[in-house]
Write a protein that binds this ligand. Structure first.
Ligand code: PEP
Ligand code: MG
Length: 605
């Protein structure tokens, strides 16, 4: 990996990412978080410019008041989104920030007590139009009146009105944007925000790279981009300003850099960088069939995290020994109906068969936080990361859990499956899942349905600080542990992993996080159950020696990182790494820990 989330964050310690326009040619260099390596040169595709399908109908008289309220709520939501953009704009230096600020102020005015808002409310009231159609008609009227103005500055404001209209419509229809149906060749998707579900729709054969204004390095959007092998830069302030559809743009996902309207010399430089990058990836690919063994002979298992079944070929090509984490959320994303047991079974069976007997760890549904699925109809709640998500959701909707466990159990007849439960905080949750699983096993046995005998092991994700501190007790209820450092870091340090404004504070080398990892690993070793680690930390070669030194031998990561971690494993002396890990665990300060690790990594330890 040429870049890691941490190194990108360290490069910009105040957490703000400034634009540096180049006056003469219009070349603009923007900085953000490089979250998925690789270099792309392509054509801008503005995700926000998509039209939203607008339903139109007459309201029964009794629904007018409720419709007005629905519209007002959507307008408030749009206002809050623009306010977030205003905060970003203030972080921009120079005239770019100032101009963007003026524009966003104007947007705010349009969203509060303006002619637009009054006009929409009047149409709902007088014409009994649904809110979407009322917005569309009002926007068309206002934009047309601007467009006919002689003054070119005012005429250009029509585009702003339409932009505000699209934002209102997206909030009303709950469709962030239309899917990526028609894309230019080598499209570089630019957007304020991409959800993990949006990202899952991207076809890497058509899309060259992605860049967004919002989003942190550990967000599921970032993880999805790595899985798809798409260069990605998130958290880029000022990204959307001045980027027109079709414009040439360079994305450097390793350095976290976007270059709009590059000069010919810049283009040539990045084409060369891209060729060098691809060459280094090809060299790493030669490690595929070589085992991950330390210099002193300790065997390490490198597995892949998977977001989508379409990744299976790249997982196999990476030399992964199996799937250490299958995020099953893909089964629930971008659809209006729930997947039934049979459908889930068919998908999982095909996947485990393709993995040909290699272990496949299937995690039960982890919807919530930054991942939502409209088919579940969940309201995100006041704090989505702390709400009804993951195992809590599964236990509150037993039919969901039963369908999923039954599908997994049936698929276990065709491969080597393990089941993993996300976001566990209590022993009771594990007990409840185990009881549900036992009931599913009995039901399938009564129906004579084949499945693995004995049934697959049931593991706990250690990703809540309470679970790490209670790891000794949880070990009694788990067949294995998988440490999820993405959430463990988020919850231990109270830093939203998807929020670019605090990304520079997100640090898995914080001694508190390391102690929780160590404690969980030791609890597993004491209870003689296997322990692995499947957070993004596993895929960063800077951390490999420390994790091995803490006793962890199974590392699961984005497939793209497997070769570089394997390369690192093969240079490590485990005895020395264990000694260094002990020294590190005596430290109380992350900067010192980073130094000790760095000096070990460069062979000065
Ligand atoms: C984690 O939290 O570390 C993890 C692997 O799960 P996810 O990233 O899907 O939340
Ligand atoms: Mg997690």
């Amino acid at each position: 990996m040429t870049s890691t989330p941490q190194s990108d964050v360290d490069a910009d310690t105040d957490g703000r990412f400034a634009a540096s326009p180049s006056a003469d040619t219009g070349e603009r260099v923007l900085e953000g978080l490089g979250v998925s390596p690789g270099i792309a040169v392509g054509a801008v595709y503005r995700h926000d410019a998509e039209a939203v399908a607008v339903p139109e109908y007459r309201l029964p008289a009794g629904r007018v008041a409720a419709e007005k309220l629905r519209f007002s709520e959507a307008a408030d939501r749009a206002g809050r989104q623009v306010a977030q953009l205003q905060v970003k704009a203030r972080g921009l230096e120079g005239s770019a920030g100032e101009e963007l600020g003026y524009l966003l102020d104007a947007y705010q005015q349009m969203l509060h007590g303006s002619r637009l808002i009054r006009g929409v409310l009047r149409r709902i009231e007088d014409e009994r139009l649904n809110a979407e159609a009322a917005v569309q008609q009002e926007i068309n009227d206002i934009a047309r009146s601007f467009e006919t103005m002689e003054d070119s500055y005012l005429a250009a404001r029509a585009a702003d009105i339409r932009d505000v209209g699209r934002r209102l419509l997206r909030n009303l229809t709950n469709t962030p944007c239309k899917p990526f149906s028609v894309l230019p060749r080598h499209a570089v998707i630019l957007s304020d925000e991409l959800t993990p579900a949006d990202t899952a729709l991207l076809d890497p054969r058509q899309v060259a790279a992605i860049a967004t204004v919002f989003g942190g390095a550990q967000s599921h959007t970032a993880i999805m981009a790595r899985s798809l092998g798409l260069p990605a830069v998130l958290g880029v302030a000022g990204l959307m300003k001045g980027a027109r559809p079709g414009d040439t743009v360079i994305v450097d996902g390793g350095e976290g850099r976007i270059i709009l309207h590059p000069r010919p010399a810049t283009l040539a430089e990045y084409r060369k960088k891209r060729a060098d990058y691809l060459k280094s990836r090809r060299a790493l690919a030669r490690l595929r069939d070589i085992p991950a063994v330390t210099r002193d002979g300790a065997r390490v298992h490198l597995l892949a995290n998977m977001e989508l079944p379409s990744e299976v070929e790249s997982v196999l090509a990476s030399g992964a020994e199996g799937v250490g984490l299958l995020r099953s959320e893909f089964l629930f994303m971008n659809r209006d109906d729930l997947p039934g047991e049979d459908e889930q079974y068919a998908v999982l069976r095909a996947l485990v068969e393709r993995m040909g007997g290699r272990p496949v760890t299937i995690r039960t549904l982890d919807i919530g936080g930054d991942k939502l699925a409209r088919c579940l109809g969940i309201h995100p709640g006041p704090n989505p990361s702390l709400g009804l998500r993951a195992v809590r959701l599964s236990l509150s909707r037993p039919e969901l859990l039963e369908a999923q466990l039954s599908a997994i159990l049936r698929a276990s007849a065709h491969g080597n499956i393990r089941i993993l439960v996300p976001m566990v905080a209590t022993v009771e949750e594990m007990r409840a899942v185990r009881e549900t699983m036992a009931a599913c096993v009995r039901k399938l046995q009564r129906r004579g349905v084949p499945m693995a005998d004995p049934p697959p092991p049931l593991g706990v994700m250690i990703e809540v600080p309470g679970a790490a501190l209670g790891a000794d007790a949880l070990a009694w209820h788990a067949d294995f542990f998988s440490i999820g450092t993405n959430d463990l870091t988020q919850y231990t340090l109270a830093i939203d992993r998807a929020d670019e404004t605090v990304a520079h504070l997100y640090n898995p080398l914080h001694p508190a996080v390391l102690r929780l990892i160590q404690f969980s690993a030791e609890a597993a070793l004491r209870a003689r159950i296997p322990v692995g680690l499947c957070g993004e930390m596993a895929g960063d070669p800077r951390f490999t020696a420390l994790l091995l030194g803490l006793g962890i031998r199974d590392l699961s990561m984005s497939a793209i990182n497997i070769p570089v971690v394997k390369q690192r494993v093969r240079t490590i002396d485990l005895v020395a790494a264990t000694r260094r890990a002990r020294v590190i665990m005596d430290q109380s300060d992350s900067a010192r820990i980073e130094q000790l690790l760095e000096s070990f990594n460069v062979g000065e330890g």
